[in-house]
Write a protein that binds this ligand. Sequence first.
Ligand code: TRP
Length: 361
Amino acid sequence: MAQKKKIMLTGDRPTGRLHIGHYVGSLRQRLELQDDPSYEKVFVMIADAQALTDNFDDPDKVRESVFQVALDYLSVGIDPKKTHILIQSEVPQLHELTVYYMNLVTVSRVQRNPTVKAELKMRGFEGESVPVGFFTYPISQASDITAFKATIVPVGEDQEPMLEQCREIVRTFNRTYDCDVLVEPEIYLPENEACLRLPGTDGQAKMSKSLGNTIYLSDDEETLRKKVMSMFTDPGHLRVEDPGKIEGNTVFTYLDAFVQPDSFEKFLPEYRDLDELKDHYRRGGLGDVKVKKFLFAVLNEFLSPIREKRAYYEAHPEEVIAALRDGTEEARRAAAATLADVKRAMKIDYFESWADEYGVK
Ligand code: TRP
């Protein structure tokens, strides 16, 4: 077997701007890997076709979000010289692969996918009234991953069932067609517990636009201040003197995810580190406002350079478009090579093989 090359692929559904949960959950890992010399190729996909599976009636939202997500990527430091940024619908080979993979997956297997189950419920798709396109998106996601022969997929924890389904498709394909064309990918999760699933500012399990509990990478300073100052803390911590809880306290969860080694020195020098701050909060005598002001300073420092880069790219849309066009072209080349392997394995590579087979010169 050929030596397994390290290739990263991941993606986002363009249904809105990206938020700080996306950053700690996956963008940060991508930035790391794009600078890791052991990776031969790094791809990041704007999964607009997948976004359309449950937003097909709102094409403006998806279209607008494709550009916004591209701006988010470039502003956090995804560098188009190192990372190929591609638009999913512009790589037709992905959709071709999906057609062939659909033969390898049963309806009941998709129904058992926990992510699909949860999403069906959330979107109110009852019984059999689910659109076929939405139902089959795990198969299309397997195409996204395998088309690039990705070995590593940095995504949030909620995507683990998608990766498992993808690995199954890889194994079934390679077994059925007696080949080793497709590569089994591995998930790459953040190590920091707080980053695995950053809660919403209201303490709800997940940030989501519809709940209005998100902090966007593109939020300005005033918006950020308002959001942080109204964050959920410990509802039992009524007076400053009261002892407070850290567990489930969103302000501390965010600090766990974002505090830097020099944050205390810069913004709250009377404490040495986060442990000391937490201890004081637990004992009582530390007010929420003080902790929130600190979190605001930490987040604002994190977002400032991102906002600057965003302003630059907003003023240079031609660079954004060029990055997407180049990344998509490279993606088409890579996906076309895999598709050719797939067709050969499935014996449907007619015009590549007939001439030999029938002795045509
Ligand atoms: N399903 C992913 C999400 O909702 C987005 C996505 C689409 C993706 N295609 C992908 C992620 C391929 C990783 C690999 O976040």
